[in-house]
Each structure stands twice: as C-alpha cells, then as structure tokens.
Ligand binder design. Structure first.
Ligand SMILES: NC(=O)c1ccc[n+]([C@@H]2O[C@H](COP(=O)([O-])OP(=O)(O)OC[C@H]3O[C@@H](n4cnc5c(N)ncnc54)[C@H](OP(=O)(O)O)[C@@H]3O)[C@@H](O)[C@H]2O)c1
Length: 308
C-alpha cells in the first residue's frame, strides 16, 4: 500500500484527504513511477472547485489532483521500449499525480512522460512542465525574435518567471514584467525589468513601450488593456488565463504545442535555468499547499514531497 491524496466531491482544499491505496501495477504500454517531488499549480484548486469540470473532468469519488511530478521508473510494462527501471522521468499532463506511485502511459504519443535531464534535481524537474512548458508554447505563439521587447503580465508567478527566463534564452532584447512591488526583486533576478501592476499601469509602461509581443499570465481588464494598447501586432499577444476582456479584444487563449516539455528542454539545453521554490509541503498536507496557491502572492513554485 502507498499514499495518495484524494477528494470525493468538488469544493475547497479541505476536501483533500490522504488515503492508503493499493500499489499500482504496470499494464501493457505503462510504467510505474515513484514520485520524489510533485508540483502544485493554480489548475489544481481550479479543478477541485469544479470550475473547469467541463474541460478537465475528474472521476469522483476518489479523484486525484496533480498535473506534474518528477520521479523514478520502478516497473516497466509489456511492450515499453522508451523507459527502463531506474530512469528519472518527468510526468506531465492529466491530473492524478498527488500520490507516491502511479502507473503512467509510456508512449510518446500519450506525451505524459519525458526523460529527465541529469542536470535537474527532483524539485526543479517537478515544476518544469506547467511553468516552463506553458512559457515555451506562449513564446512560440507570439513568435518572439532576438532583440525584441516583450511585456509579461504576472511575471512573478511560476509561469511568468519561466516566460522571462525562456524569452532571454530566445534572445529577447528587453523583458518588462508586471508584479507586486514585494516581488520586484524576484522579477529582476530572473532578468526582467519589474513594473508594479495596479492603478496607473499604462503610465508606468509607456516609458518602456512599444513592445513587440506580450504574454499575459495574470488576466483581467488591466493587463488585457495594456497588451492591446502597447503591442501593436495582433498576432503577437497571447493570454494563458481564460478571460472575457481578452476575448473581446481578440487576444487568443494559449494552445499548447505537442511534445511541449521535450521541446522546452531542448531550448533550455545546458543554459542556467532554475525556478524559485517558495515552499515545500509533505504530500499528506497537499490541501495546505493548495490553499497557499489559491491565496496568491506565492513568489515562485510550491512543491509536495512524498514521505517528506
Ligand atoms: N492556459 C494555460 O495553459 C495555463 C497554464 C498554466 C497556468 N495557467 C493559469 O495562469 C495563471 C498563472 O499561473 P501561475 O502558475 O504563474 O500562477 P502563480 O504562480 O500563482 O502566479 C500568479 C501571478 O499573478 C500575479 N498577479 C496577480 N494579480 C495580478 C495583476 N493584476 N497583474 C499582474 N500580475 C498579477 C501575481 O503576482 P504577485 O505575487 O507579485 O502579486 C503572481 O505572481 C493561473 O490562473 C493559471 O491557472 C494557464
């Protein structure tokens, strides 16, 4: 038996409870992965609340959150050629990773597992898929080119910080990122020029404008309005937050690219790349981690540690 954090009905983080579940067995085309670190994201509490149930259905009772994790392959099912026992892997995609062990589809077509480059320690590997993967697709979507100036809304968040880092790897000339003043040091350390969001934002942005492209990781009329005003090329803006104000101004919601994490790892290569981990929780206390994420002001990524 091993531990999984489950929930039986939609609601608040208090719905989550640790349970002892049977150890999974690798079916044909699957591997069993032992997770050593699991990323926590806003999508977890959005799924739990039920607000995205049409797009991300979860079977209840006994639902499990968690869309990214790092771990080690401990069992290989029939027909699997891509992975061997002992491989370090990154798991990404559908919810279900808030657990110690999981049977995961191993094929490239399923796109749920990627070999972890040695250079990434477990915690860093666990938080790459959502933050860096989303950032990668967003920057491809807006077609960022070397020397260009990029506007990032919500630059102090997990995705925002990754957008800043990857934009600089793509050769951005300048990255300007909105964040609360308490997080400006974080944004600056990532390599961007921080600007406070809130009242007066257009006045503060005008001295950096115009921008060639923008990625909105915050949403809402303020950031949408700034993207529309300061980024002239319509195809060069994207938002990652579903938002009526963005839709009204023709700013598209991001569509992820196939094999996104593999492409992201190719882009990062051996370049320095680290996302700040703001807090760690034992797996059993996943509900507290979710409440932390939902409160906001995290300043980096949250990680669950099985057995921690
Ligand atoms: N479409 C997709 O595929 C996709 C993928 C990943 C994430 N998302 C969504 O994108 C959002 C961000 O994700 P995340 O993981 O980066 O979350 P996060 O780590 O919680 O970061 C959210 C950030 O938003 C900033 N923020 C809050 N209000 C703002 C405002 N009015 N203007 C500018 N920034 C503001 C916060 O800054 P301060 O802390 O400085 O206040 C915080 O850094 C979430 O809604 C998430 O669900 C969508």
């Amino acid at each position: 038996m091993s531990t999984a954090v489950l929930f039986d009905g939609y609601g608040d983080p208090g719905e989550l409870y640790p349970a002892e579940v049977p150890d999974p067995v690798a079916g044909p085309g699957q591997v069993v992965v032992w997770y050593t670190a699991i990323g926590v994201n806003p999508i977890d509490w959005k799924i739990l609340s039920g607000e995205v149930r049409e797009h991300v259905p979860v079977r209840l009772p006994g639902g499990c959150l968690g869309v990214e994790a790092a771990g080690v392959v401990v069992e290989v099912g029939a027909g699997v050629r891509r992975f061997r026992a002992g491989d370090r892997v990154i798991r990404h995609g559908r919810p279900g990773a808030f657990r110690e062990y999981e049977a995961v589809a191993a094929s490239q077509a399923a796109d749920e597992l990627t070999l972890c480059p040695d250079r990434f320690p477990d915690e860093q590997a666990a938080v790459l898929p959502v933050a860096a993967g989303t950032a990668y697709s967003a920057l491809r979507r807006v077609g960022l080119r070397p020397g260009e100036r990029l506007l990032v809304h919500g630059a102090s968040g997990g995705v925002g910080l990754a957008v800043v880092r990857l934009a600089l790897l793509l050769g951005a000339g300048e990255v300007v990122g909105t964040a609360s003043p308490a997080r400006h040091g974080l944004v600056r350390a990532a390599g961007a020029t921080p600007v406070a969001y809130g009242e007066g934002l257009p006045r503060r942005l005008v001295e950096h404008a115009p921008f060639h492209a923008s990625v909105d990781c915050a949403g809402g009329p303020e950031s949408t309005g700034a993207a529309a005003r300061f980024v002239t090329g319509a195809g060069r803006r994207v938002t990652i937050v579903p938002d009526p104000s963005a839709r009204a101004l023709g700013i598209p919601l991001l569509e992820h690219l196939p094999l996104e994490l593999a492409s992201t790892l190719d882009l990062i290569g051996t370049a320095p790349f680290e996302l700040p981990v703001a807090a760690r929780y034992p797996l059993e206390r996943a509900g507290e981690a979710l409440a932390h994420s939902r409160r906001g002001g995290v300043g980096g990524k949250l990680v669950l540690l099985p057995g921690g």
